[in-house]
Design a protein around this ligand. Structure first.
Ligand code: ATP
Ligand code: MG
Length: 298
């Protein structure tokens, strides 16, 4: 079994798309580290939670081997390595614990623009270039299609031009890279985002409490994301009309105000546009104030 440790170790990408958002998110959870951005290891100062800065491909394996307890990694990478393990008959070693709301992309089949796409059956006998051979193989099997998987570690999108494959299966976010290579996306294999990944089995030492605390703080952050506290005052007779203009907010909380005015506050979801504030003002709201919510415990 894995060795007992009293410090939690989190693997994040050293550089690349997920590096900065992962660091910021963990910092927002109250973690801080001694300055060593160029090193492999960052020692946790505020809490016994250390960072390991690595290639994203290495993160699932580090969790599987117990070198790290948690990792921030694309679901695409985690799922690929989980499927590869399963295809080798190995037990599940990690699981996604939370979606983190960044790094969104899709793993898609993309074919030459001139193809008249009719469905997966069209892929029979074709060569498909991808960095996600396990996910692709599982998808092809599920669709009952017999095609050849050509594994490439990078620059998958130029494979059709080079003649090493007929089409590709690759990550897509804006679609610009595909368009630049005269390819079009036709099927989605996976909707992906960055996830916090953890071991398949719960830890049973001091790290379990740290992990629970971190998850609770993450949940607190996602609960307040896009939440705004709206404050204003109004004459008593205007309150009902103002409440009608805020159907998506929590019931108005009334606080004693000056003279005939009532102080009001409520939590709103999503953006409160200038236009909405002006509308509330015309209906009698005064001293409108919108405050971002930073933290929450529930
Ligand atoms: P590393 O050096 O760590 O191996 P990488 O080149 O494999 O880096 P990045 O390109 O930084 O990785 O992408 C990391 C993750 O970002 C991907 O695995 C995926 O989850 C996510 N991502 C979001 N949009 C895209 C996109 N358009 N192309 C590739 N990855 C994307
Ligand atoms: Mg990588």
């Amino acid at each position: 079994s894995a060795p007992t440790r009293d410090r939690l170790r989190i693997a994040i990408q050293k550089s690349g798309r997920l590096a900065d958002p992962a660091r910021s998110l963990l910092a927002a959870c109250g973690l801080s580290w001694r300055q060593s951005r160029d090193k492999l290891f960052c020692f946790g100062e505020s809490l016994p939670v250390d960072l390991l800065l690595v290639r994203d491909d290495d993160i699932p394996g580090l969790i599987a081997d117990g070198v790290c307890d948690l990792g921030v990694v694309g679901l695409n990478e985690l799922d690929e390595q989980a499927k590869a393990r399963r295809q080798l008959g190995l037990a599940d070693a990690y699981q996604p614990l939370r979606g983190l709301g960044f790094g969104q992309c899709r793993l898609m089949i993309a074919v030459p623009e001139e193809w008249d796409w009719q469905g997966p059956a069209q892929l029979a006998g074709r060569r498909i270039a991808t960095s996600y051979p396990a996910i692709l193989a599982a998808w092809l099997k599920d669709k009952g299609v017999d095609a050849q998987v050509v594994e490439l570690s990078g620059s998958v999108e130029i494979a059709p031009k080079l003649g090493t494959a007929d089409l590709i299966c690759d990550l897509v976010s804006s679609g610009a890279t595909l368009a630049a290579n005269q390819l079009k996306p036709v099927e989605t294999l996976l909707d992906s985002e960055a996830v916090l990944a953890g071991p398949a089995h719960a830890l049973d030492d001091a790290r379990a409490g740290l992990m629970a605390m971190l998850l609770r703080r993450l949940d607190g952050l996602s609960r307040v994301q896009d939440r705004k506290l709206l404050m204003f005052s109004a004459a008593e007779e205007r309150v009902d009309e103002l409440a009608r203009l805020l159907p998506d907010a929590e019931p108005l909380l009334r606080l004693p105000g000056n003279g005939g005015a009532v102080r009001l506050q409520t939590m709103c979801n999503g953006a409160l546009s200038w236009q909405r504030l002006e509308e509330l003002e015309r209906a009698g709201a005064q001293g409108l104030m919108v405050l971002a919510v930073e933290k929450s415990l529930a």
